[in-house]
Write a protein that binds this ligand. Structure first.
Ligand code: NI
Length: 159
């Protein structure tokens, strides 16, 4: 496994629409392993393939504190959303910043797992926010596009 370089806002690749994955092969397996490693190393809760420069419809996430909710979603499709939540959001591709973003409270998503088996799950709260944020990355959308207000500097607020 290897940690990969995270692309940051301004990099063109983050604005492109990623392509569906057609097969699971060694290259894609390595990509997913590397994405988990990169996400955990950067202390993020989600990471999409375009963020490491690969235009494939894959994202990984783990919103738990103990790495117990590691999930890889391939070719995800948002089937349904419900409710609303307004909260703080950040992104590994927008380092040192955060902003308030309003998103659905609950989401049902269908995707393929690492074995290319279809599954559907419904998640809420932070996990719903994460699924929607990462899914946006696959369409070239970054959270500042949807933020309720301006980006806030993390350090400025800690002072
Ligand atoms: Ni992000």
């Amino acid at each position: 496994m290897a940690s990969r370089k995270i692309r940051t806002m301004g990099d063109e690749i983050l604005r492109k629409v990623a392509k569906p994955v057609t097969e699971m092969n060694l290259r894609n397996k390595m990509l997913i392993k590397d994405m988990f490693e990169t996400m955990y190393k950067a202390e993020g809760v989600g990471l999409a393939a375009p963020q490491v420069g690969v235009l494939k419809r894959i994202f990984v996430m783990d919103c738990s504190a103990d790495k117990s909710r590691a999930m890889a979603l391939i070719n995800p499709e948002i089937l349904e959303t419900e409710g609303e939540q307004t909260g703080d959001e950040g992104c590994l591709s927008v380092p040192g910043k955060h902003a308030t973003v309003t998103r659905p409270m609950k989401v049902t998503v269908r995707a393929l797992n690492e074995q290319m088996e279809e599954f559907t799950m419904t998640v809420e709260g932070l996990e719903a926010r994460c699924v929607l944020h990462e899914n946006d990355h696959l369409d070239g959308i970054l959270y500042p596009d949807k933020a309720d207000g301006p980006l806030i500097d993390n350090e400025a607020e800690e002072e």
